[in-house]
Design a protein around this ligand. Structure first.
Ligand code: FEO
Length: 402
């Protein structure tokens, strides 16, 4: 539990040992399921009733604050990590009115079987007066579900932002986060939750900047006491600006593809281009951790290359999974390429193209080598790398992050 000011307390639960969120996103610093108690002069509200298995912690926190009555339970988002304990809360506080937008009410009916007619439905600009403080509804559809909603408390200039501006980070001391870890985990969170819908998110970032909030209280991670930090970071991440760099994610079975990766990486480095290499076949690391790192690295990356041997005619399954996720997360990379090796025939290019149809980046002509690469093949790869370096150098400076 964390006191934010005389009226607002964070009463949710940390989950510091959670290894993966959604059984997919690596969470090396765990996460938090934030819930906010707001005490007005006349009414008391709870914002977001946490994940179901954390209900006991939430109830314990409310007990410590001697909360024996809730007037409102605000649901900002239906996903179970936000609303999972809503039925428990409703049983403990039967007089509480559940508040949400029409979209929240619709989805909650499916996910929790709460009839939508029982909701107090609010829309953009509606405000609920708690006495001395009000909560104003600001829907943010597709940041990242269609139902995500923020609430703005004008009297305290405090924004309850749902998933937006969140991070999977449960610091040992909640109000003393390590700033480097926090910013990195904010980027990781953005890459896997917000990047796929970043055009929507860009509008919300601009809107929040105009509000000039004093505090941003997200559903995950520490509270932003200096919102300018996260707003600037988000402004950069939703922009189309890129670094002049190359991310290479690869698998090698018998060494040919690894040799090809080395040649491409060396040539790019010689041309002054930063390269980040990820071996998706690393036996000592979970594939989800590697894939998650690549996805985070692609935020504002200039280019992504996938390198793979041919397995049953197509890319190695780890590279196929990477391609599928890149298609879903849809980073704003400028250039995308595939290269690799094969034994006697390959459909890699066709299959990767099919898996990455949403990726708008310019496609590089693939280099696919039969068997052990020859010196001629290596020279083709050097040309491939030099061509990519020239394309990156040709991006106008005003579109590049230094
Ligand atoms: Fe924090 Fe959309 O769940």
């Amino acid at each position: 539990m964390q006191k934010i000011n005389d009226r607002v307390f964070q009463v949710g639960a940390p989950d510091p040992r959670l290894p993966y969120f959604d059984a997919l996103m690596p969470t090396p610093y765990g996460t938090t399921y934030n819930s906010y108690l707001v005490r007005g002069d006349e009414k008391t509200a709870l914002i977001d009733p946490v994940q179901g298995d954390k209900a006991d912690q939430l109830l314990q926190n409310l007990k410590e604050l001697q909360v024996d009555k809730l007037d409102y339970i605000f649901c900002l988002h239906t996903e179970q990590d936000h609303a999972g304990a809503v039925l428990v809360l409703r049983d403990v506080f039967p007089g509480a009115q559940i508040v949400g937008t029409a979209k929240v009410a619709e989805l909650m009916e499916y996910h929790f079987h709460i009839p939508r007619e029982t909701f107090l439905v609010v829309a953009e600009g509606d405000s609920i007066d708690l006495g001395g403080v009000t909560l104003v509804c600001m829907p943010i559809p597709f940041a990242h579900w269609p139902d995500n909603t923020m609430f703005w408390m004008p009297e305290e200039r405090m924004l309850f932002s749902s998933d937006l501006f969140g991070s999977h980070y449960a610091p040992a001391i909640p109000n003393c986060p390590d700033e480097d870890i926090w910013l990195f985990e904010t980027r990781a969170y953005f890459s896997e939750i917000m990047m796929p819908t970043r055009q929507h998110v860009a509008r919300y970032v601009a809107k929040v900047k105009e509000l000039e909030p004093k505090r941003i209280c997200s559903s995950h991670g520490p509270i932003w006491e200096d919102p300018v930090i996260v707003l600037n970071e988000y402004e950069l991440m939703v922009s189309d600006k890129v670094r002049r760099d190359v991310v290479i994610a690869y698998v090698s079975m018998h060494g040919s593809t690894a040799c090809m990766v080395d040649v491409v990486a060396d040539e790019l480095c010689a041309a002054g281009i930063r390269v980040a290499l990820y071996d998706l076949g690393d036996p000592n690391r979970d594939l989800r951790t590697l894939v998650g790192s690549v996805v985070t690295e692609t935020v504002n990356a200039g280019s992504l290359l996938l390198a793979s041997p041919t397995v049953l005619g197509g890319p190695h399954p780890a590279v196929a999974a990477m391609a599928l996720l890149i298609n879903a997360f849809n980073p704003a990379i400028r250039f995308f390429g595939v290269f690799g090796s094969y034994g006697w025939g390959t459909q890699i290019e066709k299959q990767v193209s099919g898996l990455t149809a949403r990726v708008k980046a310019e496609r590089l002509e693939p280099v696919l080598v039969r068997g052990l690469p020859t010196e001629e093949d290596y020279e083709s790869l050097r040309r491939y790398a030099r061509d990519l370096a020239e394309r990156l150098q040709a991006i106008p400076d005003e579109e590049v992050i230094a």
